[in-house]
Design a protein around this ligand. Sequence first.
Ligand code: MG
Length: 453
Amino acid sequence: MEGKKIQKRLFGTNGVRGIVGKDLTPELVLSIGESFGSMRKGQIAVGRDTRTSGETLINAVKSGLLAVGCDVTDCGILPTPALQYLVKEQFDGGAMITASHNPPEYNGVKIIESDGTEMGDEETIKLEQRIFDHTYSTNSWEYVGQETIAPHLIKDYITAIANFFPDKPGMGITVVVDPGSGPACSTTPQILTRLGCRVLTINGIMDGTFPGRLPEPSMDGLKGLAALVVSSGAAFGVAHDGDADRAVFIDENGQFVEENQEFALVADHICRQKKGVIVTPVSTSQMVEIVAKKNNSTVTYTPVGSIYVARTMRSLIKNGAHVIFGGEGNGGLIFPDHQFCRDGGMTAAMMVAILASRGQKLSQLLEQLPRRHMIKDKISSVGGAAILNALKSAYSHGIIDETDGVKIFQGNSWALVRASGTEPLIRIIIDAEDEEQGRALQDDLKETIQKVT
Ligand code: MG
């Protein structure tokens, strides 16, 4: 199991992120390339999402990698999970230029290890230290690396997913895909077509200004997708975030599918086929636990962040556990038979397979899931540690989980309270049996918090 979170200086939960030209400069990305390249050596794959700053930053990371002697393969514009898949299959490491769901002015770097997972905390801290200490030197002319341009490799990723579903479960199913002008424009429609689906797209042309909607697939941004699903009579709509490691859904009636329901629905489908362990952060709704129990499977919890999920899945498997599924309640799903990272294209394909095998409409399948009531709240406060300690002692008579922040269990409900790592904020998630119990727990928590603030 991956242990506790370690605070990093440059990197957040999902790589380095910042506003281009302000906190995220080509100089910084160059030094990340040099530092990473001097740690890992070999053949490194690079790629980017569709952001307007992508070209300058991918050239910076390539320059850094080449200068310290790595050979670089530029895979062009592709989803993060596509690059992760290619790295796992044929490279010694990877660097993805993306800011995922952030607005267009942002960009960032995700570092990928040779097994396709994002770099873990301990290695990232070493990488950061190298940048601060400048403990690498650039090579002389005989030893600089060589670059290969390989935009065609994206096809390997599409084929890998299509091969998972040889029975063509998409025959007779219409799907509307909203890649949000991001890199999945050239993957998810192709994947679903290979599955036999009839595919329509919206925001299907790559554009780093994101003219149709922002990279975060929010309910508001997906109104166009929802309207097209209804007017075309599609079975569902699927939308990705800016680097397509996440997928969220619209049902056949144009209704947004809450991401915890999505997670539970896919978990249920997988558990029906094989028993084992599901891995997810402590913030995911209890729905998945209920679904797992019903199917004689279990859930293992991690700190919040897909990297902790992916690495825990790997270490459980190493210790002999049968891990069948993982991911987060935000549309980031991990299918271990495919790869150990969130994969939006694979998630879209899985939804087609679920509808085909169950023979019911998406809204009908959602109706059959356990009912939970989730409340998300935040409180402005600088006294994060004091509040968490106060909650721990106030609720010490019951069950408390400290995997990430403080998770308090009360009857069949729970509350997760975490201090934000980047803002003076306390985040609260409550997952209750019904609205009444959720509100009661929320009021109770707020009263305790008010006493110490
Ligand atoms: Mg993302």
